[in-house]
Design a protein around this ligand. Structure first.
Ligand code: ADP
Length: 599
């Protein structure tokens, strides 16, 4: 049995995994970047080791540093969470070659599902159809035209190595094909380091429904139920629920069986998710995610299973202790992702900063998986997911009302969050009637409804009238944690200090909310329709896609800005030729900085 798990991740998922480990009596080892020395996942673990660096590449994607932490801690297993190294075969092999258990699928299964073309082929071999398309790379725009003419427009050009909702271009007719293909290839290379693209029919009103599977090393593969993740922006999920509304049980059964076939076809073990698009009563394989998903808690709340516990148990060689008939799904669960993003005007701009107030909701049927507390900083270098709010109710309407109630209690200040958009979605009659699709938030929802003040985000005044943030205790009770790092191992020392001294002490994290920022709303892109391309938010330029003298059209991507692990295209706002480029890859930029001039 596994005794000590190193969690090779950060934020809410590292916290989530640590919690189950503790319940199972398993030791937890955190790793952290320089920016995360005081992060919640570090504070909650039994031991913590420094990886060094700030960016993901320098820290959570630094195999050498993680291997060193495994050796020093004596961890006998690694949980990769999601993102980072969770679907990286080299990392999985590096772990297992040290005799350490990788809590995830075998590297061979990750490999088969590692790109969208090879996973489509694997699903087809298992008898499960993908979205109508071509399971091979396309080389020439004439192939896009031929496919569009036979399958019907629009066509989606997709990056084979795409992910995170990026790497897809929609082509509405033959005249757009050549340019769309060229820009898809260029962006695929820039974002994912691989230019391969392929074609799918672009479904016009699909729902995203995915199936959770769990497999042990003894040949047992079960499906645990579906999640509807159709509320999206930029092809990224905002709200997920289980069961999918208005989803006939015979289709659920067929989708579950299809997911099991796909998992068996790649020799799958551990927790995995088979994603489908569902339209007009038919479902089509999209991809398989060979890891725990962000939205796994909705499955946990309706099945009563702890998926992390079962991940650890099957990774230890245990059999699944239940059969398909034993899987119960009761009631309805909804999850809302609380991202540090400003949804105003439907723009969903990243909003890094320090969280000044973080007041979680409570009451019946409410679960909060958070990676941050008040006083913590959401860094531009990582994913901007602050927390997931998950509710359970006896039916969908009860769960929906409960979620709205919980969102109303929730208070986050210091950074902008997606909460106003979540409230607008959950309150809309289309969502209530399950008439929404993956395009609904962007195409049909009125973005001005996202500008409403955030629920509960009243000014930071103390209800007790003390003029202090609510979570400051009396002065004599301020507890301060002083961090000491000895040879890269973190030690936390607790001190009780007068508040004034605690706030001044270097390298401390007191239980006092910082008041450095009162509003996290991100400035907007300037220069609309002008020849200057400017930066809307703090970040790093990762790619410059044009050269001086190039001709660009309105909407063409000029540079890619990475902020909070999200890559944002900075686009030309007028057509013309590039007169000047003021940045190069690696440049740190801030709001309003000019990156290029077009004349
Ligand atoms: P990623 O790996 O980036 O998550 P996916 O292929 O899983 O990419 O698709 C993400 C989302 O993009 C889907 O949930 C859906 O909203 C949209 N999408 C992908 N393929 C299609 C398609 N062929 N037609 C319509 N929408 C699609």
């Amino acid at each position: 049995m596994i005794e000590k798990v190193l969690i090779a991740n950060r934020g809410e998922i590292a916290v989530r995994v640590a919690r189950t480990c503790r319940e199972m009596g398993i030791g937890t080892v955190a790793v952290y970047s320089d920016l995360d020395r005081e992060a919640l996942h570090v504070r909650l673990a039994d031991e913590a080791y420094a990886l060094g660096g700030q960016t993901a590449a320098e820290s959570y994607l630094n195999t050498e540093a993680i291997l060193a932490a495994i050796e020093r801690s004596g961890a006998d297993a690694v949980h990769p969470g999601y993102g980072f190294f969770s679907e990286n075969t080299d990392f999985a092999r590096a772990i297992t070659s040290q005799g350490v258990t990788f809590i995830g699928p075998p590297p061979g299964a990750i490999e088969v599902m590692g790109d969208k073309i090879s996973s489509r082929l694997a699903a087809e071999r298992a008898g499960v159809s993908g979205v109508p398309g071509r399971s091979e790379p396309v080389q020439d725009p004439s192939e896009v035209v031929a496919f569009g003419e036979s399958a019907g427009w629009p066509v989606a050009i997709k990056a084979a190595y795409g992910g995170g909702g990026r790497g897809m271009k929609v082509v509405r007719g033959a005249p757009e094909a050549a340019e769309a293909m060229e820009s898809a290839q260029r962006e695929a290379q820039a974002y994912f380091g691989r230019p391969e693209i392929y074609l799918e029919k672009y479904l016009d009103w699909p729902r995203h429904i995915e199936m959770q599977v769990m497999a042990d090393s003894h040949g047992n593969v079960l499906w645990l139920g579906e999640r509807d993740c159709s509320s999206q922006r930029r092809h990224q999920k905002l709200i997920e629920e289980s069961p999918a509304p208005d989803f006939p049980d015979e289709i659920r059964q067929a989708m579950g069986e299809a997911a099991v076939k796909v998992a068996r076809a790649c020799g799958y073990q551990n927790a995995g998710t088979v994603e489908f698009l569902y339209q007009d009563g038919g479902f089509y394989f999209l991809e398989m995610n060979t890891r725990l998903q962000v939205e796994h808690p909705v499955t946990e709340l309706v099945t009563g299973l702890d998926l992390v516990e079962w991940q650890i148990r099957v990774a230890s060689g245990e059999r699944l202790g239940f059969t398909q008939e034993d899987v119960r799904r009761d009631g309805h669960s909804i999850e809302v992702r609380l991202n540090a993003e400003d949804p105003a005007g439907g723009r969903f701009l990243p909003s890094p900063g320090t969280i000044t107030t973080f007041r979680p909701p409570g009451g019946p049927g409410v679960r909060l998986d958070a990676g941050y507390e008040a006083g913590d900083t959401v860094s531009q270098f990582y994913d901007n997911l602050i927390a997931k709010l998950v509710v359970w109710g006896p039916d969908r309407e009860a769960a929906r009302r409960r979620m709205l109630r919980a969102l109303g209690e929730m208070e986050i200040t210091g950074v902008a969050t997606t909460v106003p958009a979540d409230i607008a979605i959950l309150s809309h009659e289309d969502f209530v009637a399950a008439r929404h699709s993956t395009r609904w938030v962007e195409d049909s929802l009125d973005p001005s409804t996202f500008d409403a003040p955030q629920a509960g985000s009243a000014p930071c005044e103390s209800p007790r009238g003390q003029g202090q943030p609510d979570d400051i205790g009396p002065v004599e009770r301020v507890m301060t944690e002083v961090t000491a790092e000895v040879n890269g191992k973190r030690f936390g020392v607790k001190l009780w200090m007068p508040q004034s001294e605690a706030l001044q002490a270097p390298s401390t994290r007191s239980r006092v909310a910082s008041r450095s920022k009162s509003s996290g709303s991100t400035p907007m892109a300037a220069g609309s329709g002008s020849g200057t391309v400017t930066v809307p938010m703090q970040g790093t330029i990762v790619k410059v896609l044009v050269n001086v003298g190039d001709r660009v059209e309105t909407g063409d991507t000029v540079c890619i800005l990475e902020a909070m692990k999200m890559e944002n295209a900075l686009c030309a706002e007028k057509s013309g030729s590039v007169k000047e480029i003021k940045v190069s890859p690696g440049a740190a930029v801030g709001p309003g900085d000019v990156v290029a001039v077009i004349e």
